[in-house]
Design a protein around this ligand. Structure first.
Ligand SMILES: CC(C)(COP(=O)(O)OP(=O)(O)OC[C@H]1O[C@@H](n2cnc3c(N)ncnc32)[C@H](O)[C@@H]1OP(=O)(O)O)[C@@H](O)C(=O)NCCC(=O)NCCS
Length: 171
């Protein structure tokens, strides 16, 4: 299951990645468009890590240094999957998310035989939207959810993107 790209090595996330996730999810800035607050260790241990282990999640490492950069995941339901990703702040702005996501999307349509991959993010999460666009995913729609305690920018709604296997092949 390890995947390699030009600069990255991706392997299956394991329970031993707890400390990586505690640092990543504990960073409030990383969580700006997700929950708006850093996740306490206990939440990572009892909720986030188990949830990621139930999906197909890859831990992403920098090939040259071996440093942990984040994770990318596919939540598979039938022949479709929801894409997710989260990178440590120090890794932002260097094309790593796009590189990792392209590899995961390629594996999803290739080896895993998926028919469609989709994703969603806050409309104001420009970086996340761009990562999906760079993976070939097309904007589908904007929708609005009811939140008890909305994050700043929630008034602009959420956006959904998707890519079919046929369009991936054609691209
Ligand atoms: C969103 C995130 C994954 C982007 O990771 P990244 O490695 O910086 O992304 P890349 O370097 O591959 O950049 C992809 C594109 O997005 C653009 N981009 C990245 N961050 C951006 C930002 N904050 N605002 C605007 N554009 C941004 C880049 O310029 C690049 O586009 P370009 O090639 O046309 O210049 C990363 O910031 C992150 O993990 N954020 C916190 C978690 C999160 O929000 N996850 C998504 C939840 S749905």
């Amino acid at each position: 299951m390890p995947l390699e790209t030009k600069r990255l090595r991706l392997r299956a996330l394991t329970p031993d990645d707890l400390e990586h996730l505690v640092a990543l999810h504990g960073d409030r800035e990383v969580m700006t468009f997700i929950t708006g607050a850093g996740e306490p260790r206990e939440v990572v241990e009892t909720q986030s890590l188990p949830a990621l282990l139930r999906r197909r999640t890859w831990a992403i490492f920098h090939m040259a240094t071996g440093g942990f950069l984040g994770w990318a995941s596919l939540r598979i339901q039938g022949d479709e999957a929801e894409l997710g990703y989260r990178l440590v702040r120090a890794a932002w702005g260097q094309g790593y998310a796009s590189e990792a996501v392209r590899a995961v999307v390629g594996l999803g349509f290739g080896e895993l035989g998926l028919a469609r991959i989709w994703g969603q993010t806050m409309a104001v999460n420009s970086g996340s939207r761009r990562v999906m666009e760079k993976a070939g995913m097309a904007y589908l729609r904007t929708f609005h959810l009811e939140w008890d305690d909305p994050l700043p920018g929630a008034e602009h709604g959420e956006v959904a993107y998707a890519l079919t296997r046929a369009d991936w092949r054609a691209g």
